[in-house]
Design a protein around this ligand. Sequence first.
Ligand code: GLC
Length: 755
Amino acid sequence: MEYGRFVSYVENENQIIMQFENRQVILEFLKEDVFNIFVPLWSDSHRSKAVEEKKSVPVRINADYKNKELLLETERLSVRIQDGFYMDVYDSRRRLLLSDYRGERKTGAAISSGEMEQLAAEGHDTSHLQKGSYQVQTVKALEKEDAFYGLGDKSGFLNKRDYEYENWNSDIPQAHTEDFHALYKSIPFLICKKKNGAYGLFFDNTFHSYLNLGKESEAYFYYGADDGNLDYYFLGGETLKDIIGNYTWLTGTTPLPQRWTLGYQQSRWGYVCAKDIQEVAETYRSLKIPCDVIHLDIDYMDAFKVFTWNEKDYGKPGALFEELKTKGYKPVTIIDPGTKMEPDYFMYEEGMERGYFATTEDGDVYVNVVWPGEANYPDFGRKEVSDWWGAHHKFLTDMGVCGIWNDMNEPASFKGPLPDDVVFYDGERKTNHAEIHNVYGHFMAKATFEALKEQTGKRPFVITRACYSGTQKYSTVWTGDNQSLWAHLQMTVPQLCNLGMSGFAFCGADVGGFGADATPELMCRWVEAACFSPLFRNHSAMGSRRQEPWQFGQEVVEISRKYIELRYRFLPYIYDLFYQGEKTGLPVMRPLILHYEDDPQVRSLNGEFLVGEQILAAPVLEQGVVKKIVYLPEGIWYDFWTGERLEGGRYLLRDAPLDMCPIYLKAGSLIPMYEPMQYVGEKPYDTLRILSVPGEGTYEHFQDNGEDYAYRKGEYNLYRFTQDKEGNVATELLHENYPKYDRIIIEPLKDGCIC
Ligand code: GLC
């Protein structure tokens, strides 16, 4: 993309409209430390699905053109622009943050076509080897210490430096490994932590896009896309937390969920009848392992037709749910987009009659194959289609379904990929699959969220597999079809941390692994590691070994109970993190780099994580290992299990037999806890315990009904606890408009955990 010489510029409020010889570029400040670059290659204005409200506050910009350079300054940033649209961005301390790369790119395939043929002959995937320049592209200079985070669910490790990725939502049943370029989600938000300073980049373009973060060259990284505009945001901030704050200010934060959604959840593809579900529900209760949710996979439908019920195996519609509810369960059902092509099936008939399905260029309804066989794809980008789809959820919500799990919405297709030219709409505008693919799941999740909100009046619980930036406003996500492999247990930590850094505070991986067979040891370690994961769902595939804790013997039952109970003890702490996150955009599960930015030890630390700021979890993630090398960052920490005081800023070796997940608490922490129950709502939460860890500290705790939107009208309590050096804890009520706890008990950590 040649821009040519800088010709002129005009200022229009927050916008600087620059004319280069060959192109126009619009730079718009949205805040003192956030700006957008827009090169209209495809449309005159933004067509964002992620940024749904116009975000902009007045910004004082100083613009000055001299010595063939345009200098733009706000209170927080200065941007220097030269001929060829080469741009450099500095922070308020004049540190260079981001710089366009001025040299040549080493484009072109590094491999000959002959070699490519040989690889293909043996069945190797060569699609990702065809490199070159992209229609939409920007190349930025790279420095030795630059580390990268974010990008949603990409496989591999925490630090994305030196890898390459693609954004093209993909249904991947094979074991996810670090050389995969794309999984189910497209979240083109990247955080770069530099030796000094940091910044974020959000590339808001839904077409197939590519990020090469130092693999092609140590001198630069690039972003490219097959089509669309060059439309990206520079997100500044003093800290990584500010950068995430700015990104979620733009694209939305994860809203506070219902409290029960944070409880433990059981699922399996292959609970083939109501009896299977009933047995699972009863066994959890009889073994006294807490559980809030049971998921119904595609088995509950009649011939995998959405919004139908398999009466033969699942009984009278509604009866199973009534029974589950008496035991405190909240049922969640799966809904896939692929709508069976079958005359007389009401969804097919209605969709056809109203023209609601995607079509070929010739106007025929597009057909591919998913679970129900030949199926059609609802065109969710049109409001009337989303409304229609949403309205059909009433069949389920009326029966007592409490949440909806959206799957196969990449969209998945068993008979080859959907061609790029399949016709979809964006509102009234006719477009095609190439543009809509990456937002198909986003549209579906949004439609589901809106329907549940209207039909239940509660905070919707939607889980989606595919999504785009901004979907966090509507849905939690899970990481798709992982497997019962130690490598996948290891991957969940960086994967969920990066999802959290990308705005998706509510995320989880299938506990125990979806495909392949779990072992008792893997199951224990997985429950220990996932006990702090925001979405805590055990799920497995038909044909794999069953994965409820009792399938693996008594020891697994006991260890599962211990950690699931621990989760229920920590419930108010996790709920508080969601309450705060709705305002700040910060995740629940955090890589250490988020709070210890300048500690080089944590730049690529994959095996431990923080929960909020106060808890550090260091689960064992390897087979046969009974000691954990734990890195404690600077400061004083306390061992949760023993109460031992530990100096941070060092590694330590912690005994970690099978039932031990090392957990540490930061000095001065005050952690709210509840007595574990078998499910949320079993008994009233009338007693709050505050686990007090030595040291000065303050903590704010939020209390409300945990279900609806009354808190947004002020129906909640906000407590502030303050601990002094001597360990005295003072309680203040910062906001009071909800029945208070009967008792607040302060429990000093002393010799370790209170459980
Ligand atoms: C997909 C989902 C999985 C689900 C299965 C059957 O593979 O990722 O979670 O169980 O489809 O619906």
